[in-house]
Design a protein around this ligand. Sequence first.
Ligand SMILES: [Zn+2]
Length: 74
Amino acid sequence: MNKVNVGCPRCGSLNVNVVSDVTETTKGFGAGKGCLGYICFGPIGLLCGLIGMGEGKTETNTYRVCANCGARFK
Ligand SMILES: [Zn+2]
C-alpha cells in the first residue's frame, strides 16, 4: 500500500488511516447448506455444498478514515 498524502476533505488533517473492509458474499450452497445436504443426501450432498462454497465472492472495500474528525472518504 503506497502512502498518499491525501488530507481529510472535512478538516484537512493528514492524520488519515487506510481501512480495508472485506465482505464475503456466498451464492448458492453455503457451509450450512452443505451440512444440510449431508443430512439429506449423504456424502454427495456435502460435496455439492462444498463445491457451491467455491462460488463465494470476496469484496474488498478500501477507504480512508480521518483520525482527527472520523470522516470516511475514498
Ligand atoms: Zn478530518
